[in-house]
Write a protein that binds this ligand. Structure first.
Ligand code: HEC
Ligand code: HEC
Length: 270
C-alpha cells in the first residue's frame, strides 16, 4: 500500500496523481514497478499519451455473450496469421477485445502460439482446443464443466464442418472423427481418411476450418453458461468407464489418470 504525505493510504491510480502533484520533500522509492516523478513545487499535468496504470479486474473477467459465427470467422482468419492455438484463443479473445476492449486488450493472443501442432509440433492436445480452453478459463471460474464438454464433443465430432465465406483455399474436404483430443491422432486420422500428406495445404485448410468449428462450439457453451442453460451432454464410452472402474482414481488399482479413450492406444488386455 502506498501512503501519501499525510500518511493516508492511496490506490495506485490515485498515486500517479499524487506523485505528479506538489509533494515537496517527499522521498519514496519505486513502488510496484512505477518509477516516480520527482517532487516538484508545481502541479504536473500528465500528458494524455502517457500510459496510465489501470487496475486489472480480478479473475474471472466479465463475459458479454459473443456471436459464435463472428468468433468462428475470426478464428478461421487468425489461423493463417498465427496457427491453430493462437486462432483458438484469438477467435474468442479477439472478439472480446473488439466488443469490450479493456481488460481483454491487455492480453497478447500471441502467448498461445506455442500450442501450434499440439504444442510446438509435439502432437499433444489439439491447438484449437488449447486456445479456446484458455479463453474459457479467463471468463469463468466454472470453466471445468464447459471445458470438459468441449473436449468430449471434439472427440466425437466429424471435422471440419465450417464453410468460410472467403476460403483461403477452395477445397471440398472430407470429414473424420478422431476419437481423441490429441493433435497427432486427429491430424493423422484425417490425413489418412483424405489421402493427403500432413504438410499438404489441404490438411492446413482442414485445421483452419476445424479451429472455426471448435471456437463456434466454445462460444455457444460460454453463452449457454452465461444464460444459465448449460447442461453437459458428453458421456465417456462405457468401454472407458469400465476400464476406469479399476484403473481410475476410485478403482482398486488407481494407476491411470486420463479421460482419453483407452482403446485408441491399448488393446483390451483382459
Ligand atoms: C476388473 C478390473 C479391471 C478392469 C475393468 C480393467 N482392468 Fe486393466 N488391469 C486390471 C488388473 C488387476 C491388472 C493387472 C495389474 C498389475 O498386474 O499390476 C490390469 C492390467 C492392465 C494393463 C497392464 C498390461 C497388462 O497386460 O498387464 C493394461 C494396459 C490395462 N490393464 C488396460 C485396461 C483397459 C484398456 C481396460 C478397459 C478396456 C481395463 N484395463 C479394464 C484390472 C482391470
Ligand atoms: C494416447 C495413448 C493412450 C491412451 C489414450 C491410454 N493409454 Fe494407457 N498407456 C499408454 C502408453 C504409451 C503407456 C506406457 C507403455 C505401456 O506400458 O503400454 C500406457 C500405460 C498404461 C498402463 C500400464 C501398463 C503396464 O504395463 O504397466 C495401464 C494400466 C494403462 N496404460 C491403462 C490405460 C487406461 C485404463 C486408459 C484409459 C482410461 C489408458 N491407458 C489410455 C498410452 C495410452
Amino acid at each position: 500500500m502506498v501512503k501519501n504525505t499525510m500518511g493516508e493510504d492511496v490506490s495506485r491510480r490515485d498515486f500517479m496523481k499524487v506523485a505528479g502533484a506538489a509533494v515537496g520533500g517527499l522521498a519514496i522509492g519505486a513502488v510496484g514497478g512505477y518509477s516516480l516523478i520527482p517532487p516538484k513545487e508545481t502541479i504536473v499535468e500528465v500528458p494524455k499519451d502517457v500510459p496510465v496504470a489501470m487496475d486489472v479486474p480480478s479473475w474471472p473477467w466479465t463475459y458479454p455473450k459473443l456471436d459464435p459465427e463472428a468468433a468462428a470467422q475470426r478464428a478461421y482468419d487468425s489461423y493463417w496469421v498465427g496457427g491453430c492455438s493462437y486462432a483458438g484463443f484469438e477467435g474468442i479473445v479477439g472478439e472480446l477485445k473488439a466488443e469490450v476492449g479493456f481488460p481483454f486488450t491487455q492480453i497478447p493472443s500471441q502467448m498461445m502460439k506455442y500450442g501450434g501442432g499440439g504444442g510446438l509440433g509435439w502432437g499433444m492436445i489439439c491447438g484449437a482446443l488449447n486456445g479456446a480452453l484458455a479463453a474459457m478459463n479467463i471468463i469463468s471460474d466454472s470453466y471445468a464443466g464447459i471445458g470438459n464438454e468441449l473436449i468430449g464433443w471434439y472427440t466425437e465430432h466429424a471435422f471440419p464442418v465450417y464453410e468460410p465465406s472467403e476460403p483461403n483455399n477452395e477445397f471440398d474436404l472430407v470429414t473424420s472423427v478422431s476419437g481423441s483430443p490429441l493433435c497427432h491422432v486427429s491430424v493423422t486420422t484425417w490425413s489418412n481418411t483424405a489421402g493427403v500428406k500432413e504438410s499438404d495445404t489441404e490438411r492446413k485448410e482442414r485445421c483452419a476450418r476445424l479451429v472455426a468449428d471448435v471456437v463456434k462450439k466454445a462460444v455457444e457453451l460460454m453463452n449457454a453458461q452465461a444464460d444459465g442453460t448449460f447442461t453437459a451432454m458428453f458421456a465417456p464410452a462405457t468401454a472407458v468407464t469400465g476400464c476406469q472402474s479399476c484403473h481410475g482414481k476410485d478403482g482398486m488399482l488407481d494407476n491411470v489418470a486420463t479421460k482419453d479413450n483407452c482403446l485408441t492406444c491399448h488393446e483390451d488386455p483382459h
